[in-house]
Design a binder for this molecule. Structure first.
Ligand code: C5P
Length: 403
């Protein structure tokens, strides 16, 4: 049931817009309050009258209509909603969202919003597969926008098939339901997340690092914040922006990461997704190391870095739930089980990062949850899914466990 929920539905132009009438009907059946904003081109496909009749609310459609703006200002529209749904989300509208344009009511509402956004793209498969659209989707995912679909199937244009069909109305409603259900499940909880690689300096210009992109850890921080947690994200050097509402602490080295983790305590839940370098160079050279003409390479000696997870799991301030990660290239489960014991974590999220699995730096992940509850060891394998979905599922899993 969605009876206490307010959904702001943004309808953009596309032949699939007619299916959204069914989405509105289903949402109303479940008791949701549905407000709709239509773009100019959406009105070429469905009439505001149908939308208004089904949603039982006036349709907002023009940023420059002063009466409307007065009655249902775009800031108010976005602030009052529990969730913003963009369906169908056209290629054009996604491009606008990705670039922060706000030249009509629909895009202004999205830009002025601090609410979670779910987009249901629908477009021609060529448009969906275009590098520009891919870039926009990746950017929006980084900004925290969730997606449902598009699906593979026949297009409205005859003889065209491929990925681009709007998801079925009931699927969209289910995604809305799932997204709203997670809200508030971790409210009042302090969550500490580590993410990204660490950089261990060799000299002022060189460092040792690893291929961690930080995407999985950032997605987890975002999902936990969406679920209402107070999130601190301790991050190594990555190219990602801090998710909305997350307190981000940027560090470079493993030692700095440990200090930042310590400073962020106490926490109820710790999710250690960072790929911390195991070793650092013994003594960082104060000047750039030069070739000395002898043809002999310099010798680097290493010291072991602190194991942050191990230290945290055994500290006096141990969070109630400590989750480690295990990125392995072989014997994934065997190593994960051993790691669980050795490091004192409650759960280990294990994944295969062998080059064939293509996970490192990618957008998808196949994970296994290895855990011991009341002395019982168990392993659960989740199918391959986008890192954002792994994050949402992990947050739900944590909330179920706490319940
Ligand atoms: O031993 P390994 O690096 O494979 O263990 C991975 C897990 O341990 C991850 O959760 C990682 O964040 C954590 N770790 C850590 N400090 C280290 C090394 C790993 O917290 N120095």
């Amino acid at each position: 049931m969605l009876s206490d929920k307010r959904i702001l539905l943004i309808i953009t132009g596309g032949i699939a817009a007619y299916k959204v009438l069914e989405v509105i009907r289903r949402l109303r059946e479940r008791g949701a309050d549905v407000r709709c904003v239509m773009t100019q081109s959406a009105k070429e496909f469905v009439t505001p009258l149908s939308v208004q009749t089904l949603s039982e609310n006036p349709v907002a459609d023009d940023l420059f209509d002063l009466t409307q703006e007065d009655e249902i200002g775009h800031i108010r529209l976005s602030r009052e909603a529990d969730l913003i749904v963009v369906a169908p989300a056209s290629a054009d509208f996604l491009a606008k969202m990705a670039n922060g344009l706000a030249n009509d009511l629909a895009s202004a509402v999205v830009l002025a919003s601090n609410k979670p956004i779910l987009a249901a793209p629908a477009m021609n498969p060529f448009m969906w597969n275009h590098p520009a659209t891919k870039r926009n989707i990746a950017r929006l995912a980084e900004d925290g926008v969730s997606f449902i679909g598009p699906e593979i199937g026949e297009m409205a244009e005859r003889n065209e098939a491929g990925r681009g069909r709007l998801s079925e109305p009931l699927e969209i409603v289910a995604a809305i339901d799932a997204k709203l259900e997670r809200r508030g499940r971790l409210s009042g909880k302090r969550v500490l997340v580590t993410a990204g690689p660490t950089h261990e300096p060799i000299d002022p210009v060189r460092y040792i690092a690893n291929r961690s992109s930080g995407k999985q850890g950032y997605a987890i921080a975002r999902s936990a914040a969406e679920a209402g947690a107070d999130v601190t994200l301790v991050s190594g050097p990555v190219e990602l922006a801090a998710p909305h509402g997350v307190h981000q602490v940027k560090v470079e080295t493993a030692q700095q990461m440990k200090d930042a983790v310590e400073a962020a305590l106490p926490a109820d839940i710790a999710i250690m997704a960072a790929a911390v370098a195991d070793w650092r160079v013994d003594a960082e050279a104060s000047e750039k190391i030069k070739k000395d003409g002898s043809g002999k390479p310099p010798t680097l000696t290493f010291t072991e870095n602190p194991d942050i997870l191990n230290w945290l799991a055994h500290s006096d301030e141990r969070p109630g739930l400590v989750i480690g990660f295990a990125a392995e290239t072989t014997k994934v489960l065997e190593y994960a089980r051993a790691k669980l014991k050795r490091k004192g974590a409650d759960w280990i999220v294990a994944n295969d990062v062998s080059p064939e699995a293509g996970v490192m730096g990618g957008d998808e992940n196949t994970v296994h949850i290895v855990r011991v509850d009341n002395g019982q060891a168990s392993i659960e394998t989740w199918e391959k899914m986008p890192k954002a979905d792994v994050a949402e599922k992990l947050v739900s899993f944590i909330a179920d466990h706490l319940d």
